[in-house]
Each structure stands twice: as C-alpha cells, then as structure tokens.
Write a protein that binds this ligand. Structure first.
Ligand SMILES: NC(=O)c1ccc[n+]([C@@H]2O[C@H](COP(=O)([O-])OP(=O)(O)OC[C@H]3O[C@@H](n4cnc5c(N)ncnc54)[C@H](O)[C@@H]3O)[C@@H](O)[C@H]2O)c1
Length: 267
C-alpha cells in the first residue's frame, strides 16, 4: 500500500465542486495529499473543501474557468503559495452537449472544444511551467487528464464530445513526450471513464431519450449496462481510485498512457 501513499503531495483538481472531480479530490486527500479545489462553482467548491478538511486534509478553493489562461496562472500560483508546492494536476473539468449530427450547433461544438480541449491544454501548460526544474514548485510531478470511453467507441449523439475527448487523449501523448524529452520530470496520463450517473451522466441519459434513441432513461442506462462486461455503471469512486493509482509511485514507469475505467465497455 505504501506505493499508493500521497503524503506530502500538493494537488490541483479542476471541476472538483461535484461529481467525479469531487470524488477525486476526496480520494487524493485520503491518500495523504493536500488539495486545491478549482471550479467555476464557488459554493459547491467550498463545500468540497469543507468535506476534505473534515477528513483532516489541507485543502483550499480557487475559482477557475479552465478556458482562461490568466485564470490558470493565478490558480497555479495559488496552489504553490497556499499548499507549498504543486505536484499533481487532475484535468477533470469538462462539459457534454448532446446532439445528433443533423442538429449540431457550431456554438455548442466550440464551447466543448473550449472547455474540454483548450482547458486541458492550458492546465498542462501551467502545470509544466510550475513543476519543471526551475519552476515555482520545481519538483516534477504528475498530470492526469479525464478523457472518456467516448474517445474509444462510437456512441450516438455525442460526436462533438467524443471528438474533444479524443483530442484530450492525443494531447496526453504529446505532453508526455515533450515532458520526457525536455526533462520536466512530469508524467502525463489519462483515464477513459465509462458512464457514471453524475449530473453529466444522467443528463446524457435524458438526452438520449429526447433524441429518440431510447424509450426511457431506464432503457438508455440499461443499454449501456448491456454493453458493459462488468454489468454495471461506473461509480465516482471507481474513477477516483484509478486517478490515485496514476498519481502515485505505483505508476512511476507509466506515461503517455490511457487507462480504460469502464467495466470493459470500450474493449
Ligand atoms: N459522468 C460520466 O458519465 C463521464 C464519463 C466519461 C467522462 N466523464 C468526464 O469526467 C469529468 C467530470 O464529469 P462529471 O460527470 O463529474 O460532470 P459534472 O457535470 O457532474 O461535473 C463537472 C464539473 O466541472 C465543472 N466545470 C465545467 N466547466 C468548467 C470550466 N469552464 N472551468 C472550471 N470548471 C468547470 C463544473 O462546474 C462541475 O463542477 C468530465 O471531464 C467528463 O467529461 C464523465
């Protein structure tokens, strides 16, 4: 178990106000890390911080819209200043706007690109600047990007979202390559979650019904479970545990990799 211990590590988790990000923040804290919760949602973000401090962890909140370069610079500085370093970045913030191809809207596609792709790339930029030798933290570290099973299979009505998550997958590889070649000492990996019944996951199930692809939410969820060899939906804790592994020394020789956490749905 000691290889999963994150005592003394300083982490920033985006989109940690709720859902998968909140579970990741909690799992990192339970593994011993100090955690900066970053989100556009201030009240919910501070509630996550209160849960982490109740666990005995050091935690703080920074309001961050991941699409904003200057916001990232401030969030990175706040992490180093308030936690005393910056060793782990989890790029979890994301949005999904469901649409059949015949109905796609340019504004929706651009918004998903902005949050999911630009947001992830800017996060890596500022993590690398802080973590590489000579940076504000300067001790190397780990980046984990939250992609999706949608980057690995064709699922109807989420073409734009799937494209952005495929982009996250590619960005992960290039960032890992640059970090290795330039001696930054930062490993970069991603996970591909299957469907998790968070706000986003349940909205997708509802949208699948609205798009005429399933007669009911129960049927939509049942279709996903039927496509999943392990026979259930994902839970936020399933994702959080995989992220702890990717952040820990147990994965010390893994970089530029994508780990499916989908019950086998994407195999
Ligand atoms: N739920 C699923 O089924 C599922 C499956 C695969 C991948 N994912 C991915 O997991 C991640 C978390 O999803 P979730 O299900 O917890 O979603 P969620 O909607 O429940 O939570 C997303 C969080 O991200 C925050 N956020 C959104 N835009 C932001 C921005 N511009 N800047 C900062 N924060 C922002 C939201 O405020 C929210 O707290 C996302 O990247 C999502 O694409 C989710």
């Amino acid at each position: 178990m000691t290889q999963f211990d994150l005592t003394g590590r300083k982490a920033l988790v985006t989109g940690a106000a709720r859902g998968i990000g909140a579970a990741i923040a909690e799992a990192l804290a339970k593994a011993g890390a100090s955690v900066m919760v970053a989100d556009v949602l201030a009240d919910e973000g501070r509630a996550t911080v209160a849960r982490l401090t109740a666990l005995g962890a050091t935690a703080g909140f920074v309001q961050l819209d991941v699409t904003q370069d200057d916001g990232w610079a401030k969030a990175s500085e706040a992490t180093v200043r308030e936690l005393g370093g910056f060793d782990i970045l989890v790029n979890n913030a994301g949005i999904e706007i469901t649409s059949l191809m015949v109905d796609v809207q340019a504004a929706d596609l651009r918004r998903m690109c902005d949050v999911n792709v630009v947001g992830t790339a800017l996060g890596i930029k500022h993590a690398f600047r802080a973590m590489r030798p000579g940076g504000g933290a300067g001790k190397g570290g780990v980046v984990v990007n939250i992609a999706s099973v949608a980057a690995t299979i064709a699922f109807p009505a989420i073409a734009g979202y799937s494209a952005t998550k495929s982009a996250v997958d590619r960005i992960t590889r290039v960032a890992a390559m640059e970090s290795g070649k330039l001696g930054y000492g930062v490993r970069v990996n991603c996970i591909y979650p299957g469907l998790v019944p968070t706000t986003m996951g349940m909205q997708l199930a509802n949208d699948i019904v609205s798009a005429g692809l399933a007669p009911s939410v129960e049927a939509a969820v049942g279709d996903v479970i039927a496509q999943t060899p392990l026979g259930r939906l994902g839970e936020v804790g399933d994702m959080a545990d995989a992220v702890v592994f990717m952040c820990s020394d147990a994965s010390r020789f893994i970089t530029g990799a994508g780990l499916p956490v989908d019950g086998g749905m994407g195999m």
